[in-house]
Design a protein around this ligand. Structure first.
Ligand SMILES: Nc1nc2c(ncn2[C@@H]2O[C@H](COP(=O)(O)OP(=O)(O)OP(=O)(O)O)[C@@H](O)[C@H]2O)c(=O)[nH]1
Ligand SMILES: [Mg+2]
Length: 377
């Protein structure tokens, strides 16, 4: 699995999916050993967290793919089957048995995406987040005068010359988002990686201070320490008369209520944008370059089935569980008497005969190994 910056949705994020390493190739005659299972690479967006889901539903973190190019080995492929010469012994110099390739590892995993950013823009629908992002960065998000225009988070880079700031617009937080109104508050998980929050408030929305409080309540309800991060309040649409009148007083109240900086801007006229760049720069000071070192992680091996032979009798059928014997069975030519003889000897070596006898197998009984059924002789 590789983290890549291109956005591709291969799996439903947040839902469990079963991932399997590929099976190995079958062994063959003339000593041909089967190929090992070929690697399969799945690309995921940078910021994908990979968790294993246990049978009890409990999740354990396997890797947090936050560096571009990071890789996680999730499931090992099966080893190739032994060819016939792998079955040669001192008394059997013309082996005809071979082995099927082993199954690859299989595990249930959950992917969860948490996008990286310096500052996230959070706010009510129509507050002017996308318009601001377009005015400050290279991003060109959709802008419209209806609510919930932005349904997926949008990245934008503020170019400050000597450095960049990575902004992320989150889909709008309606009142009651934390209890599922509007688009809900699930997108706030992306704010968990952000270094700071910018509350974007519509300056023409009447009670601007209450509008700020409403958004802040949703962020607080989400929890996860988001309200403890550095923050800034941005009042938008300062070009509109409803916003312009009394703006200074509103900003003063906001600073008192929020205990952080508050600035008024107009993305339409450009007023206040230079000051805002300065604010963003001090909100998210340059970070030491942690990028550029992709990590390679390996998930712990999936616990293999014990190689022991076990037999259970179900409805008169003797069912054999033995990973090694199960890999030989599909390759046996049962019409070949020599193959049958060698199989018998091999089942003895693997402890299958002993386990069958312990369960009282007799001539004429049906024995099932892997998918194959044998009439016991
Ligand atoms: N006059 C004026 N209108 C603005 C300004 N900024 C945004 N608008 C208008 O406000 C409306 C909503 O703007 P968006 O940028 O789409 O708002 P948003 O917060 O991204 O909205 P959602 O994605 O739906 O949450 C659009 O009609 C914009 O043209 C501004 O500075 N001045
Ligand atoms: Mg938007």
């Amino acid at each position: 699995m590789t983290a890549s910056s291109s956005r591709r949705d291969f799996y439903h994020l947040g839902r469990a999916a079963e991932i399997e390493g590929r099976a190995g190739g079958h062994g063959g005659a003339n000593g041909r050993t089967g190929r090992d299972g070929l690697p399969l690479t799945i690309e995921v967006p940078v910021g994908t967290m990979v968790m294993e889901e246990g049978e009890d539903g409990e999740r354990t973190m396997l890797a947090d793919l936050i560096e571009p190019g990071s890789m996680l080995l999730l499931a090992r492929g099966g080893v190739g089957g032994k060819g016939n010469t792998g079955f040669a012994t001192s008394t059997n110099q013309t082996p005809v048995l071979a082995e099927a390739g082993a199954e690859g590892e299989s595990r249930v995993v959950v992917f969860e995406l948490r996008l990286d950013s310096d500052v996230v823009l959070v706010g009510a629908p129509n507050a002017g987040k996308s318009t601001l992002l377009a005015a400050l960065t290279n991003a060109r998000p959709q802008v419209a005068d209806y609510p919930f225009t932005t349904v997926d988070p949008v990245h934008g880079v503020v170019d400050l010359g000597e450095r960049d700031i990575l902004l992320l617009e989150l889909p709008a937080l309606a009142e009651g988002a934390s209890v599922g109104y509007g688009l809900g508050s699930g997108h706030l998980r992306h704010a968990e990686r952000a270094r700071a929050l910018a509350y974007v408030v519509d300056g023409a929305s009447g009670d601007v201070v209450e509008a700020y409080r409403a958004v802040r309540r949703e962020v607080a309800a989400y929890g996860k320490g988001l309200t403890g991060k550095p923050a800034l309040v941005i009042v938008t649409k300062a070009d509109l008369p409803e916003a312009a009148s009394g703006l200074e007083a509103v900003l003063r109240t906001l600073r008192r209520v929020s205990k952080v900086h508050a600035v008024g801007v107009s993305a339409a006229s450009g007023a206040g944008l230079e000051g805002l760049r300065g604010e963003l720069s001090s909100l998210a000071p340059p970070r030491e370059r942690r990028r550029g070192r992709p990590e390679r992680t390996e998930a712990p091996p999936v616990r293999a089935r014990p190689n022991r032979a076990e037999v259970t009798v179900r409805g008169g059928v003797f069912e054999v569980s033995s990973p090694r014997a199960e890999r030989i069975m599909p390759m046996v030519d049962v019409k070949n008497w020599r193959a049958r003889l060698q199989l018998h000897a091999e089942l003895g070596r693997l402890g299958v005969l002993e386990a069958l006898e312990k369960q009282g197998v007799r001539a004429g009984d049906t024995v099932r190994i892997g998918g194959a059924e044998l009439l016991w002789e």
